[in-house]
Design a protein around this ligand. Sequence first.
Ligand code: ZN
Length: 288
Amino acid sequence: MRSIKWLAFGVAVGALFVVERLRPLRARKEPGVERVGRNLAIGLLAATTTAASEWPIVGPAQRLAERGRTGLLCRLPLPRTLRIVCGFLLLDYTLYIWHWLNHRSPFLWRFHAVHHLDLDLDSTTGLRFHFGELALAAGFRAAQVLLLGVDRETLRLWQQLLVCSVMFHHSNLELPIGLERRLVKVIATPRMHGIHHSTRAEETNANYSSLLSCWDRLHRTLRLNVRQSSITVGLEGLQSPEDVTLTRSLALPFRRDVGVILDSVRGVRLQPDRVGVILDSAGPDARG
Ligand SMILES: [Zn+2]
């Protein structure tokens, strides 16, 4: 069963990789294979870090939570179905807070900025997280499990849907605008997340949701009324191919010379009245 799931996931990711090249949403700055190879290398380091932190960090936290029945949900007398639903929602909401924190804290932003450094945005960006960010995220995941009291089946279900969502909303796939306007009412979509990867600080510091989009609505951090054709993906001041090589990407959190660039983006608040509706990259207006 597990191998079938992996096979289905691999086929879906492969199909997304092909389709986003046949129906691109945004023009590419680095169309060659070099960028894809770089993102895969960064992703491989990230996956290794996640796997390595499971054994000493997340796994023991899960066992401790189950043995001691610690955490919020264990203390509430809820039927099993409601416990799963609440666990799922709380995991997704706390991930929104973690992502927001990654944009607010100078320390966390240095690592998360590596993900935003990519000059293009497609499904391979969804793999491109610095190994340091993923090591820190393992500590956050252990805290989620211990504080929320989520069982391992709920955690696994949410993680599997999250991975699919991350690949989808990073993709460069141009969906029909009507479909995307409906989808964004429930989940994070490619146009919505494209705005989050803009070089403009008031757009980067919006749209933090990773699976359900309701958290951005709740916190008034949703911004949809930006044309994809107006977006420059990446970080302002780090826009040349020499700025984003594999070595420079991995070294970014530790570089002193990029401090001013990184600080200029971090934590800028957006105007909450600028949500609007999601716009077509080539469409004439914002109606709908
Ligand atoms: Zn981000």
